[in-house]
Design a protein around this ligand. Structure first.
Ligand code: KG4
Ligand code: ZN
Length: 331
């Protein structure tokens, strides 16, 4: 079974082809990051317009690289939500129209299901059930992944997502967008102990997160001060440390609570080296296997959508002729 996947939920335009027998055949992606950088964040209208320009050539590229003709496809999967509604509509309309024109079934996929299943694209694929930490610019959640479509959210952020907290703090420190990677680089030169930031919600039971208080603590610490390079690096160091320790402590708690022995980490913040190092230590201490999709599948991509769509179509599901785009859609 061969499935074309399409992703346009935010600022990445992507297409991929997944084959049930041979695995991933191709994936093509265009990132709009430069387009939005001057504004310091994603501008929804510009994102939609750019998806319109880039999507069809990427679909063509993915099919060519996979050496698959449209008639050989068994279906088209697309991200139906959650995300920016205008951006979603571009992918949904193109996917639904292509499927109709080619006489194939279409299936709208939940973006977070894509992220949760992304590690299945790797050679060391986890087996159900596993624990997943999803940390991106839009989401922070811990989930028990028991099987296809069987997900239990056991913790999520009450306010800012982890990536959003990185981006906002980076902005305060005068770093360019996207701030997460820039802040992490700055933190490499930071020294511990210069600042004391809270570890949000660690003093309470439960698996939820909250990062807005930490952001406020940074505001208060630097307000009215002119920071030299070393001090900025020290703030970045302690901020990163506070986020990482919080995430790791909640993962440890979740592993204990569920008894699960495999933790999968997905989303852009999963690229953070400090987080990876501390999760590795946790894994060694607790006998927890920690897995990551390859870096390009940690962030938004169409391979994960093609894969999730393949699993759904293989299970006999597909949509009617409706074009689905749902900005807010619980998993
Ligand atoms: O998953 P993603 O590419 O996009 C979505 O949000 O869907 O995640 C992007 C987020 C941004 O907030 C970015 O600043 C953050 O991930 N990020 C990082 C790092 N690399 C990306 N945050 C901390 N450290 C990093 N190395
Ligand atoms: Zn995403």
């Amino acid at each position: 079974m061969k499935v074309l996947g399409i992703e346009t939920s935010c600022d990445e335009t992507a297409a991929a082809v997944y084959d049930g027998e041979r695995g991933l055949l191709s994936h093509a992606l265009y990132s709009q990051v430069k387009l939005h950088a001057v504004y310091g964040g994603v501008v929804p209208e510009l994102a939609s317009r750019d998806h319109v320009k880039k999507l069809l050539p990427l679909v063509q590229q993915a099919l060519t690289e996979a050496k698959v003709a449209p008639k050989e496809l068994d279906g088209v999967a697309y991200t139906a939500g959650p995300g920016l509604v205008g951006a979603l509509l571009v992918g949904a309309s193109v996917a639904r129209s292509l499927a109709f024109a080619w006489g194939k079934p279409a299936v709208g996929v939940h973006h977070l299901e894509g992220h949760l299943l992304a590690p299945m694209l790797e050679a060391t694929a986890p087996e159900f059930p596993f624990l997943a930490l999803l940390v991106s610019g839009g989401h922070t959640l811990l989930a028990e992944v028991r099987g296809l479509g069987d997900y239990r959210i056991i913790g999520s952020s009450l306010d800012d997502a982890a990536g959003e907290a990185f981006d906002k703090t980076a902005k305060m420190l005068g770093l360019p967008y996207p701030g997460g990677p820039a802040l992490a680089r700055l933190a490499d030169n930071g020294k511990p102990g210069g600042f004391e930031f809270p570890r949000p919600m660690l003093d309470r039971p439960g698996l939820d997160f909250s990062f807005s208080g930490l952001k406020t603590a940074v505001v208060v610490a630097i307000r009215g001060r002119t920071l030299d390079e070393q001090t900025r690096a020290d703030v970045a160091y302690e901020f990163q440390q506070a986020v990482v320790e919080t995430l790791v402590a909640k993962c440890a708690r979740a592993a204990k609570q569920t008894g699960l022995k495999t933790l999968v980490v997905a989303g852009g913040v999963g690229a953070n080296r400090r987080l990876r190092a501390e999760l590795q230590t946790l894994g060694e201490r607790r006998g927890l296997r920690v897995l990551y999709p390859r870096p390009e599948f940690c962030t938004d991509n169409a391979a994960m959508i093609a894969y999730a769509g393949y699993r759904r179509l293989a299970a006999g599901e597909h949509d009617d002729l409706k074009i689905r785009a749902t900005a807010r859609w619980p998993l």
